[in-house]
Design a binder for this molecule. Sequence first.
Ligand SMILES: [Zn+2]
Ligand SMILES: [Zn+2]
Length: 276
Amino acid sequence: MSYKNLMDMHVHSDNSHDAHHSVTLVCEKAVAKGLRAIAVTDHCNIIDYYKDKQNIICRQAAFEVKKAADVFNGQLIVSSGIELGSPARDDEAVRDVLKNKFDFVVAAVHRIKGKKKSFGHYDFNREANRPECLIPRYLDEILETVEWNQFDSLAHLTYPLRYFPPELLADFDLWQYRDKIEAILKTLAQNGKALEINTKGEPFVVNGQTHSFQPELEIVKLFRELGGEHITVGSDAHSAHDVGNRIAEAYDMAVEAGFKYVTLYQHRTPLPIKIV
Ligand SMILES: [Zn+2]
Ligand SMILES: [Zn+2]
């Protein structure tokens, strides 16, 4: 379907180490694609906050995005966001970065405890890096993050599945961890927080089931059944050309899961916007 109220609530600018284009170009592309709103959510890895000078980078990101919100006022709603990596591990660093008064805080786990790198860099030939070994640890850390609760939306739940080679996922039953998944979704719902549908990458198959997005349809449905009210949808674009990618398809999925609204955040306040 086509929608009037398309919003991309997860976009990176060149204030993220792995993204390529300026905030201005990202906003221009969003306008050209007819989006109503975007959230620029650059990376802030809480684990290495001071070591990697992220305190300075995040301030620069906040400055540029707030300026863009002013410049594009009337054409595009620009929400100043931040994607906190492993935020539950250092409250003091989180307090420091949130002095910047972002509109929208996304929580993510890209690197689990005991690992020096994020999921994209593992040697999947090693027994210790099989999905049965890593996914339960990942879900436990997501639950800790959700219980920590100082964010607005949970980014790309099931994100590590993007990185495993297809043969390791062919017989992998994600639902053996149903109790962990339910605990995460129930806590999010009870706390009034949002679940993100992240549209980055291509669909892949896990145990015979197509995962079009992170998370996939069954998880989004379960979130609704458990009382979840807020959904955010984001492309996780790291290039201006990818802004808005597959957002309409994700709206289709949100509707199928029982949602009538997607949520925009300004000043850390959820503003439900009708899916039309
Ligand atoms: Zn992420
Ligand atoms: Zn991201």
